[in-house]
Design a protein. Structure first.
Length: 97
């Protein structure tokens, strides 16, 4: 069975939104868990930066607070959908030309 297509097809923005959001949530949770397990590693600064990118500032709430988890997961979902909408719409626009 031949499954190759000859032309480019539009990207499914809903599928892309879920995929990017899931990837960002997983990355956020991995960084948060790693910062708990290995706080003294040099990479801990990068993990903390990623956590700060998607949640409230650590000076207001410590990394161990529930607020950081809620904000991080919520903002990961929001930024994933925004990214998917922008990338998907631009990609679909370019392939339609």
């Amino acid at each position: 069975m031949n499954t190759q297509t000859t032309g480019s097809e539009p990207v499914n923005i809903v599928a892309m939104g879920w995929a990017i959001s899931a990837a960002l949530v997983i990355l956020f949770v991995v960084c948060l868990v790693m910062s708990f397990l290995y706080p003294e590693m040099p990479a801990s600064q990068a993990w903390t930066a990623w956590i700060g990118l998607f949640s409230v500032t650590p000076s207001e709430h410590p990394i161990t607070s529930v607020r950081v988890w809620i904000d991080g997961i919520a903002f990961s979902l929001v930024f994933g959908w925004i990214s998917a909408a922008v990338i998907g719409l631009v990609y679909n626009w370019f392939i339609s030309r």
